[in-house]
Design a binder for this molecule. Structure first.
Ligand SMILES: Nc1ncnc2c1ncn2[C@@H]1O[C@H](COP(=O)(O)OP(=O)(O)OP(=O)(O)O)[C@@H](O)[C@H]1O
Ligand SMILES: [Mg+2]
Length: 487
């Protein structure tokens, strides 16, 4: 156990960390902060939700000269929401030191960002596309950058992003310190990473499994046509506080969100084709609990830290084992517990085993709940509501009427009636979901991209993305034209 006070951290930053409620450093923080403060290049790998942001953020903030007007730190993140989140966390850690942090990302007014740039931020957190845009407009000067971080490094160095990263790096001094962090770091990507680094030290928090122990992992066998009913029943039985449902394509996400809404769930979708304003409102509503099911593509798989996510459902099995690790890692963060359910069609069973081999963790088979169990789940939720109300103990105004009901009826009947009214009985309104072809595990290839990435003409990694076609056996999916890259 290491306390933050035992690490080489200055008083101003310690003060901010303390205010955030952190006392003990997590293993990745204890393992990398001293090395990083010394100036070493680091590849840091540790499980999801174990504090990698502060692990790279604290040493970067340590080195900032808050009196200088220059940009001294650059962090590149794969999605806009993650760039925002990382900049918020760094702002908090650096607030007593008065470090200025700015996030720049696509979908936001560029003029506004240019104005913000004139206020001399010390640290920029950005997505690759928008960073390049600023570099090309000469509105971003990176010659004084001393620390560079690639958050979700393996994703950033994957085919879809590598060219942009290389172009950005040409504008950063080669004397910089480079820090790469992720929960996953496949071998071939580590090789690419080393090209950008100077004698890097790898700090990998040793764990038996790649996934976090306190996430219970299940798989549910279901045919494509059964998946939606299985999902509704699971939601009814498990009544998550907040749940994320991952689907393979944007269309899938739209259809699922709509279908869940029709069946009476508070659900909305998020994916790369929505406007940035919409993406942000959906995420805000989810964080505030105004919706409790977020349906998402892999755009929400990496890095997002939303407290209260108790359940992750992989409605479609992820494209690669890394995506599995990151998706389920949206729950079970910072020591909390969580549950992950992966839907698998009979033909995807072999691929499920590939995922298990990579994560070194077996998933437990769960049988889909019956309609009776689903109803019981909903009834239990109603009972919980009553118990909660009893605890609040503010029922005085209802007691006169309650007494009246009890005088005229049997008490058990009265309670049963109240329960029946409170129970949100299962809804079977028909919904329309276009079937997807199964994941073709055998042809599994590391260059598989999530739907929000640039189309990669070199790889064969576009399987499963032509989900618009009704399932026609083993037919190859049509090639998908280039999609806009996250900017
Ligand atoms: N030392 C600490 N003590 C308590 N909480 C912490 C500590 N460090 C970080 N946290 C909190 O833990 C949560 C997860 O941290 P963070 O998002 O940095 O994880 P991560 O390792 O980057 O995960 P991912 O791989 O999913 O990106 C955050 O809410 C963060 O504020
Ligand atoms: Mg992270």
């Amino acid at each position: 156990m290491t306390l933050f006070s035992e690490l080489p951290i200055s008083p101003a930053i310690l003060k901010s960390i303390k205010r955030m409620g952190f006392e003990e450093a997590t293993p990745i923080q204890a393992g990398t902060i001293p090395l990083s403060v010394e100036g070493r290049d680091i590849i840091g790998q540790a499980q999801t939700g174990t504090g990698k942001t502060a692990a790279f953020g604290i040493p970067m903030l340590e080195k900032i000269d808050a009196k200088s007007p220059n940009i001294q730190g650059l962090i590149i993140a794969p999605t806009r929401e993650l760039a925002i989140q990382v900049s918020e966390e760094l702002y908090k850690i650096g607030s007593d030191k008065r470090v200025r942090v700015l996030s720049v990302y696509g979908g936001q007014d560029i003029q506004r960002q240019i104005r913000a740039m004139k206020k001399n931020p010390h640290i920029i957190v950005g997505t690759p596309g928008r960073l390049l845009d600023h570099i090309n407009r000469r509105t971003l000067k990176l010659d004084n950058v001393q620390t560079l971080v690639l958050d979700e490094a393996d994703e950033m160095l994957n085919m879809g992003f590598i060219d942009d990263i290389e172009s950005i790096l040409k504008n950063v001094p080669s004397t910089r310190q480079t820090l790469l962090f992720s929960a996953t770091m496949p071998g071939p990507i580590r090789k690419i990473a080393e090209r950008f680094m100077n004698n890097p030290e790898t700090v990998s928090v040793k764990a038996k499994e790649m996934t976090v122990e306190n996430i219970e992992q299940f798989f549910v066998k279901a045919h494509e046509r059964e998946k939606f009913d299985v999902l509704s029943r699971l939601l009814n039985v498990q009544s998550p506080e907040l749940a994320i449902v991952f689907g393979r394509t944007k269309r899938r996400v739209d259809e699922l969100a709509r279908a869940l809404e029709i069946r009476g769930y508070m659900a909305e979708g998020i994916h790369g084709d929505l406007t940035q304003a919409k993406r942000m409102t959906v995420l805000k509503k989810f964080k505030e609990g105004r919706i409790d099911v977020l349906v998402a593509t892999d755009v929400a798989a990496r890095g997002l830290d939303i407290s209260g996510v108790t359940h992750v459902y992989n409605y479609d099995i992820p494209q690669d084992p890394e995506s599995y690790v990151h998706r389920i890692g949206r729950t079970g963060r910072a020591g909390r517990t969580g549950m992950a359910m992966t839907f698998v069609t009979p033909r995807e069973m072999n691929y499920l085993r590939v995922v298990e081999q990579t994560t070194k963790k077996k998933m437990t088979q769960m049988s889909p709940p019956s309609s009776v169990e689903a109803l019981e789940g909903l009834q239990r939720a109603a009972v919980d509501q009553i118990k909660e109300s009893l605890e609040k103990n503010n029922l005085e105004e209802y007691k006169v009427l309650a007494r009246e009901l009890m005088n005229e009826n049997d008490a058990l009947d009265v309670i049963a009636a109240a329960l029946k009214i409170l129970t949100k009985e299962p809804d079977s309104t028909p919904v329309d979901i276009t079937p997807e072809a199964p994941h073709q595990g055998k042809k599994y290839n590391k260059s598989s991209r999530s739907d929000d990435k640039k189309y990669n003409p070199r790889g064969s990694g576009n399987r499963g993305k032509g989900g618009a076609q009704p399932y026609k056996g083993r037919q190859r999916q049509p090639r998908r034209p280039s999609t806009r890259q996250e900017g």
